[in-house]
Design a protein around this ligand. Structure first.
Ligand code: ASP
Length: 437
């Protein structure tokens, strides 16, 4: 039996937090693979080491700003390193400082140094071997290359106990490449896969997954189980549970994930399973969440149903400008594309509408901004009578105007488009009527 434990930034933000996590590791001999984040925030208003490293990179030619920022990192690590008196923290920091200031190090390399140093320190404290993620995690064309990663991992001794830095690997040219922010969760899955673990424990600073963000709903209910499919929908729709790509490396050979609280390890947490085993009506809804700042582009064309290749022509324009479409809805004579506002990087939203009008022979193209998509996620929602009625009733009673709705037969989500400003009140209203009732 082997377990991979991934500890998040808050769990490792200070010396005593790290000691608490190491106690957790030592309490179960199956916990042989430990994946760590960089130190996170110790208190409100504090800054994460990864953010400080980012600022160091940006200001690497401004000596005064660089020194001030780097000394904040030195303080954090020096305090942590006190738990391993033999650890050469000053030398390690000196090397990193020089790498940022005087070498050609790229941004990803600089960002990765928080995880790197934390893993080295924690390995020394636990007496585990430090295994750098660059030894086996491979990227190709900017994406995780699982085939190459598995091949590299074949050479590693799987019987050892390792501490592995999360968040990065190397690309085709041997340069450090990071996942997107929060990516240590993905490293946990990669490690689970290549080392053949039976369990992935993701240790964080909350007791598990909540139906709604506790910041929006005080006393939000915790869920005991979530399916892989539900987790994907949740992360995609803005619930900050795990990184949205966490499941990719373990999708083929699924193992259970459990979200646990390193500050409260006795609590049972939330299990994430390929398929839920508990699907009572009480647990049917696992998440009410949402994201704002979407745009909606509506294309109308009379007799659209008879136009061969019309959709292809329209989507080709999105592709050309590298604009990722989040959701599509279609009616008899119209098509709707929902796109996150941040996607308009190469071209502005207004100009994109103009290009679309030139390239697609439509009767009309309308663009809307400031749309929020609210998602209700759960098990077999389309098979339950009255869920939609309750949702709409809740929204009506709190004065939220529904602009669009989408529910597919087989999936586990209902997506509702509302005005940006109604996202929070919409989530709260649905939670009150469907969960608290
Ligand atoms: N340290 C990185 C971040 O703050 C990666 C991680 O913690 O997963 O995003």
């Amino acid at each position: 039996m082997a377990t991979v434990c991934k500890f998040g930034g808050t769990s490792l933000a200070a010396a005593e937090n790290i000691q608490r996590c190491c106690k957790i590791v030592q309490a179960d001999e199956n916990r042989r693979f430990v994946v760590v984040s960089a130190p996170g925030k110790r208190h409100k208003g504090d800054r994460k080491v990864t953010d400080l490293l980012h600022d160091c990179y940006v200001n690497r030619f401004d000596e005064a700003v660089f020194n001030a920022t780097f000394s904040a990192i030195e303080n954090i690590f020096s305090e942590i390193a006190a738990i391993v008196p033999t650890f050469p923290i000053a030398e390690e920091l000196q090397i990193i400082r020089a790498q940022i200031r005087f070498s050609e190090a790229n941004l990803d390399f600089v960002l990765s140094r928080g995880e790197y140093l934390n893993a080295k320190l924690i390995a020394a404290y636990l007496g585990y071997e430090f295994l750098d993620a660059t030894a086996f995690i491979r990227f190709k064309n900017g994406e995780l290359d699982m085939l190459a990663t598995r091949a590299e991992a074949c050479a590693l001794d799987k019987n050892k106990r390792y501490v592995i830095p999360g968040f990065y690997g190397v690309d085709e040219r041997g340069h450090v490449k990071t996942f997107s922010r929060g990516g240590s969760d993905i490293t946990g899955s990669v490690v689970a896969n290549v080392f053949g673990c039976d369990l992935y424990e993701n240790w964080t600073d909350v007791d598990g997954i909540y139906v709604s963000d506790p910041k929006l709903m005080e006393n939000a209910k915790k869920v005991s189980q979530v399916s892989f499919r539900e987790l994907r929908e949740m992360s995609y729709m803005g619930a900050s549970v795990l990184h949205a790509e966490t499941l990719l490396p373990i999708y083929e050979n699924p193992i259970p994930i459990v979200i646990k609280n390193s500050f409260n390890p006795e609590k049972c947490g939330t299990q994430i399973l390929k398929k839920r085993t508990e699907v009572s009506d009480k647990e049917a809804i696992t998440c009410i969440t949402g994201k704002n700042d979407y745009t909606c582009i509506q294309i109308s064309k009379m007799m659209l149903d008879k136009q061969l290749g019309f959709v292809k022509k329209a989507t080709a324009v999105f592709e050309e400008y590298h604009i990722n479409i989040s959701h599509t809805h279609s009616g008899l004579d119209n098509l709707c594309f929902f796109v996150e506002h941040s996607q308009y990087a190469e071209i502005s939203f207004a100009n994109f509408l103009k290009v679309l009008a030139e390239r697609v022979d439509a009767d009309g193209i309308q663009g809307h901004e400031k749309i929020a998509l609210l998602a209700v996620i759960g098990h077999n929602l389309s098979g339950k009578i009255g869920v939609l009625a309750k949702i709409f009733n809740a929204l009506k009673n709190s004065g939220v105007n529904v602009k669009t709705i989408y529910q597919s037969i087989s999936e586990c989500n209902i997506i509702i488009g509302v005005e940006d400003e109604h996202l929070t009140s919409g989530i709260q209203a649905i939670y009150r009527d469907l969960i608290e009732e």
